[in-house]
Ligand binder design. Structure first.
Ligand SMILES: *[C@@H]1O[C@H](CO)[C@@H](O)[C@H](O)[C@H]1NC(C)=O
Ligand SMILES: *[C@@H]1O[C@H](CO)[C@@H](O)[C@H](O)[C@H]1NC(C)=O
Ligand SMILES: *[C@@H]1O[C@H](CO)[C@@H](O)[C@H](O)[C@H]1NC(C)=O
Ligand SMILES: *[C@@H]1O[C@H](CO)[C@@H](O)[C@H](O)[C@H]1NC(C)=O
Ligand SMILES: *[C@@H]1O[C@H](CO)[C@@H](O)[C@H](O)[C@H]1NC(C)=O
Ligand SMILES: *[C@@H]1O[C@H](CO)[C@@H](O)[C@H](O)[C@H]1NC(C)=O
Length: 813
């Protein structure tokens, strides 16, 4: 009985294998005509002829069988399509695959230098790899030919990217020319073998993005804080090859990296529930991912404005002040003091970095950090060193020669690096950081003395001014608003005492003051290096002074003294919106009704500057800290420092100086410097979502995904549970219809394309009216970079039409 069932099982097994073989492989006598397909053993992938969207040409490709979208992962005849449905794939005794058309012309053929085995088959494996091999062979090393050696635009689990140093064979991704044309486009993603090999995205010969070198755990361009639970990685670097591959730990997850025709690489996972690809990481939401954005010896940090900063001990290379105020940092920085090279140089430790370009570096895994420092000191062109491998507290030695380029500063994660500086610069930096008790005491005494002297001088000046006013010599400036005397302002603010300081704005500190008449004021002391000329300043002041609306902060006057300028506003006792909504305790003071009132007020303020005032003004820096609150919690828009006046017919302008605050700026403004009323509308949308959620857009985090607040709101909206966005402190009392209208309107405001966003007139109608609102489209900038589990991802700055995964549809016959 037992023997019988044994036989039965064997028979079943045999039968099973032969049928699947017939489906997933062909022998030299068989062929695949257009319309026929091979399917891999478990039915994951399918191979056959297809036409890309809007294209008539027929291509031999591989796509996911189990996924309805029919996403193509590989194409054989990328550069030459078959013009009709006559294509046939076959292969000969030597193991060469070829595609023939109706006239017998060879459209495409594979190539191999190996000798064919006795029983060659061409088989589609479950990994998506199409291989020519011996029937019984399963060792990839001995395959005659495999499609994984010729990647197109998709990097699949199990595929290898990299270079064989012996043969020079390079496996890399290359984009399609367009969604209709699978021929190799401009973009490639490859491991560059120079120096310490690194992953780079190139457009032709030009590097657009550097994912960095391997540090034992991940590529250094990411800021990783926890191990990725979904993937396992394998990186190989020896004298024969450099290569990288990844596997999904759970084989039933479909995952891919795709480089689309615009050069965007993203990682996505198939979401069965949504029946769509879900993009998991896209890193190009800001400038810091652009290669060498800040030039040499400078770090890029996305949350700073501007993002670029010279390393300590370095200064901007450009000399002229026009260049210094430019957003173009491609010049980078240069040493304050040249290296001595005689042993007097020392090293400054920098932490949490994306370490610089390693194409001019040298590495040795057996050298420890101490010897690494010695080696670097020995060679005058060595500029920095670091651990090569970060595992187990770090080991190995990595030395940089020449300029340090493309460095980012992460807010968490990242690596350490030791930057070589002249000894005197190190002393200077360290003395700034650490003070002895004696020095501290000295500084306190000195400050007291200096402050008293200033006080006396100010008083003297005041007395002198009063006297000069009496003599009638004072010339009134031709401005339509009061010009206050410096002395008046100094006295009102207690000589700009730190006790009176309300905060630090982007353009300088703000002080509270009380005029002699008892009027409370806020004084904004503009930084001297604001770069703005006197005329510009006066224009701006006049402009703002003309704006009168209950939701705009009122400007009382200004004060000009030599090259210093101040703006005097009405004082707002309740500070600004961010002081309330982002604070656990204080946010309770703003119930839903108050929040709605604030949203409404802000909308009216913006509507006024956009449409209703005599001038058309774009604010350009709408954010929670620029919404001030008066004694009755009425919102007032402040800080017109960046505002631009528009002609009434003008709808859009361009600037070379992108200024504003990340998290609030629209994609077209950040990337192309284009601003318009619609970029203000974008910022308003972000602001409304922040008010509803009580959370900041930037820096928002969620355990389940890597989206920012915009992305989170969008996700909840798509999953039909938008109310979950609401601040938990408000869950007890809110008006559901109002909350939904607010979220819907806000999502319409933050849509990717400016044309899709409503203008402020419509926004106000949406907020107050009862009409049914349109469905929003996908927002711009909804994925943050540098996420804990995010992998390499890249983009070129022009192509922000992006967050859509490109799904190539198939037209099967
Ligand atoms: C068949 O392919 C050959 C070689 O690529 C080409 O010259 C010929 O024009 C093709 N014929 C048709 C009908 O497409
Ligand atoms: C096959 O490859 C060899 C070198 O590897 C090359 O010389 C030959 O031209 C190739 N043949 C075809 C048909 O591409
Ligand atoms: C391949 O395997 C089959 C069954 O396992 C066996 O019969 C056949 O001889 C093998 N062929 C070669 C070339 O080893
Ligand atoms: C793999 O993923 C599937 C689908 O997401 C899930 O149902 C299954 O439990 C996972 N298996 C393991 C071992 O994690
Ligand atoms: C920055 O300046 C450099 C040299 O002056 C120029 O080549 C580059 O195109 C500029 N970059 C941008 C984004 O304007
Ligand atoms: C310093 O290092 C560079 C780059 O490795 C090398 O070309 C040069 O010869 C070295 N100089 C000395 C003095 O060792």
């Amino acid at each position: 009985m037992e023997a019988f069932s044994m036989v039965l099982v064997l028979c079943l097994f045999h039968f099973f294998t032969t049928t699947t073989l017939a489906l997933n492989a062909i022998t030299p006598k068989q062929s695949i005509k257009d319309g026929e397909t091979l399917v891999s053993a478990s039915g994951t992938f399918e191979l056959g002829f297809f036409s890309p969207r809007n294209s008539k040409g027929r291509y031999l490709g591989i796509w996911y069988k189990k996924i309805s979208a029919g996403t193509v992962v590989w194409v054989a005849n990328r550069e030459a399509s078959v013009s009709d449905a006559s294509g046939v794939l076959s292969f000969n005794d030597r193991g060469i695959l070829s595609i023939m058309n109706s006239t017998g012309g060879i459209v495409w053929s594979s190539n191999t230098s190996r000798t064919a085995p006795e029983e060659p088959v061409a088989q589609l494996l479950d990994s998506g790899n199409f291989v020519v091999k011996d029937r019984n062979d399963s060792d990839p090393e001995s395959f005659l030919w495999q499609s994984f050696d010729y990647p197109c635009d998709t990097f699949l689990p199990g595929m290898k990217i990299g270079r064989n140093f012996v043969t020079g064979f390079d496996r890399h991704l290359s984009s399609w020319k367009s969604e209709e044309d699978p021929a190799p486009g401009l973009y490639t993603l490859r491991i560059d073998p120079h120096g310490l090999p690194q992953f780079v995205l190139k457009k032709g010969p030009e590097i657009l993005f550097r994912a960095g070198s391997w540090n034992g755990v991940y590529f250094s361009g990411r800021s990783v804080t926890k191990a990725n639970p979904v993937y396992s990685y394998e990186f190989v670097l020896n004298k024969n090859e450099v290569s990288f591959k990844y596997e999904t730990r759970n084989g039933s997850i479909f995952s891919r990296y795709l480089m689309n025709p615009a050069g965007l690489v993203h990682r996505s996972i198939w979401n069965e529930r949504k029946n769509d690809w879900e993009v998991f990481s896209v890193a190009q939401a800001d400038q810091c991912s652009i290669y060498a954005y800040c030039g040499s010896y400078a770090t890029c940090n996305t949350i700073e404005t501007p993002p670029c900063k010279c390393l300590e001990g370095f200064k901007r290379r450009s000399a002229s002040s026009a260049d210094l105020s430019s957003v173009n940092w491609s010049d980078g920085c240069t040493r304050k003091t040249p290296l001595a090279c005689d042993g007097g140089d020392r090293f400054l430790r920098k932490t949490a970095l994306k370490i610089p370009d390693t194409s001019k570096s040298w590495a040795d895994i057996s050298i420890d950090l101490k010897d690494c420092e010695k080696l670097c000191l020995k060679n005058c062109s060595c500029t920095a060193y670091a651990n090569l491998d970060i595992r187990e507290g770090g080991h190995g030695c990595l030395l940089w020669f020449g300029d340090l380029i493309d460095i980012s500063e992460f807010n968490e994660g990242g690596q350490d690096m030791y930057v070589r500086l002249a000894g005197s610069d190190i002393n200077h930096i360290q003395s700034k950081g650490k003070l002895t008790e004696k020095q501290k005491a000295g500084i306190i005494i000195a400050s007291v003395v200096i402050a008293s002297v200033i006080m006396i001088l100010a008083l003297a000046l005041y007395v002198w001014k009063i006297k000069s006013r009496k003599t009638g010599q004072h010339v009134k400036e031709d401005l339509e608003l009061p010009v206050l005397e410096f002395a008046t302002v100094a006295i009102a603010t207690n000589n700009f005492s730190s006790n009176n300081k309300l905060g630090q704005g982007g353009f300088g500190p703000v002080y509270k003051g009380t005029l002699i008449e008892g009027q409370e004021i806020a004084v904004k002391r503009l930084s001297k290096n604001s770069g703005q000329g006197l005329e510009e300043f006066k224009n701006e002041v006049t402009l703002i002074a003309k704006l009168q609306h209950r939701n705009l902060v009122k400007l009382f006057g200004c004060c000009i003294r030599k090259d210093e300028r101040m703006l005097i506003y009405e004082y707002m006792p309740n500070k600004s919106l961010d002081y309330f909504i982002f604070d656990k305790t204080r946010s309770k003071l703003l119930d839903w009704h108050r929040r709605m009132h604030i949203v409404d007020g802000i909308a009216r303020g913006i509507l006024y500057i956009h449409h209703d005032s005599r001038l058309r003004i774009i604010h350009r820096d709408l954010k929670a800290s620029n919404i001030l609150l008066d004694g009755n919690m009425n919102p007032k828009i402040s800080d017109f420092g960046l505002a631009r006046k528009f002609g009434v017919d003008q709808t859009q302008a361009n600037t070379k100086r992108v200024v504003g605050t990340y998290g609030y700026m629209s994609p077209e403004y950040v990337l192309d410097g284009l601003f318009s009323m619609k970029s203000d509308v974008f910022s308003f949308g972000v602001l409304v979502l922040e008010i509803v959620a009580g959370k900041k857009n930037r820096g928002f985090s969620h355990p389940e995904h890597n989206h920012n607040l915009l992305g989170h709101a969008w996700r909840l909206w798509m999953e039909k549970r938008p109310l979950e966005l609401l601040d938990t402190g408000l869950r007890d009392s809110y008006d559901e219809t109002e909350v939904l209208r607010c979220i819907n309107a806000a999502l319409l405001c933050v849509q990717q394309h400016p044309v899709d966003r409503p203008n402020m007139t419509s926004v106000l109608l949406m907020l107050c009216g009862e009409s049914i609102l349109p469905q929003p489209k996908q927002p711009g900038f909804f994925i943050e970079r540098n996420l804990p589990t995010a992998d390499t991802i890249l983009v070129e700055n022009e192509t922000f039409s992006i967050y859509k995964s490109t799904i190539t549809s198939i037209v099967p016959r």
